[in-house]
Ligand binder design. Sequence first.
Ligand SMILES: [Zn+2]
Length: 272
Amino acid sequence: MVIKKYIIKKIGAETGKTVAVFCGVHGNEKAGVYAVTEVLKNIKIKKGIVYFVYANPEAIKKNVRLVRKNLNRCFLKNNRGKTLEDKRARQLMKILDQCDGLLDLHASNVEKATPFVICEKHSYKLAEIFDVGIVSSGWDRIELGATDGYMNKRKGAVSVGIECGYAGESRKNKQLAKKSILQFLQFFGCINQKVNFSKRKQKIIDVIKAIKKKTDDFYFTKKRIDFTPLKAGEIIAYDSGKKYVAGKNECIIFANASKKIGEEAFIVGKNK
Ligand SMILES: [Zn+2]
């Protein structure tokens, strides 16, 4: 796949909202990259302005999550960093500053990952149009510098991230990403094409904390699938002598014991 241009601006004949569709913020998460490439082949923007953005071109080319730094932690107003990702984030923040809405397409590095939406309460109306069964909130508190967190700081702007399933199945998950792009564009009145909005009931999960790995002697008591409810009191993981126990109505997300020390081993969510 050859991508010729990494920021594509499409202007409709009528005035309307300005929105952005991001993919490849993490370069190995290809569902969104494939979907944006396909959508661009024949999309007609009727109203407003749409930016299609391949967010981290170098990482996309190399098929890696990041080159120097996690781009999704670089969207900070006072960012003065020198890495490729810092520079890119500064460039992309200028685009986001013009936008009323953002759709940011990601994928999970965990096998069998369930697709889910990341957004805050003010974007629930947007989140419910997607064919995704779980909506999770609270990420802004624990993960500073993400694209959606940056958008959420501005009054009136809405943003959703969609985790389109396992990154190792990007060809298959492209369909969900593609449908989501069209639903998103229709929501803002940017296209004529009719796409049905999802009517499925969504479960709302509040993300409450990120647990970092402290030692190399870290392991989970069993294989965990994202968002599967835990029993209160159940032991989730051990980190040397320390044990992590589930609280009431909790679940875990992005469980990964092979992370480096100091990195996130898992996220704890709570069923609302
Ligand atoms: Zn990602």
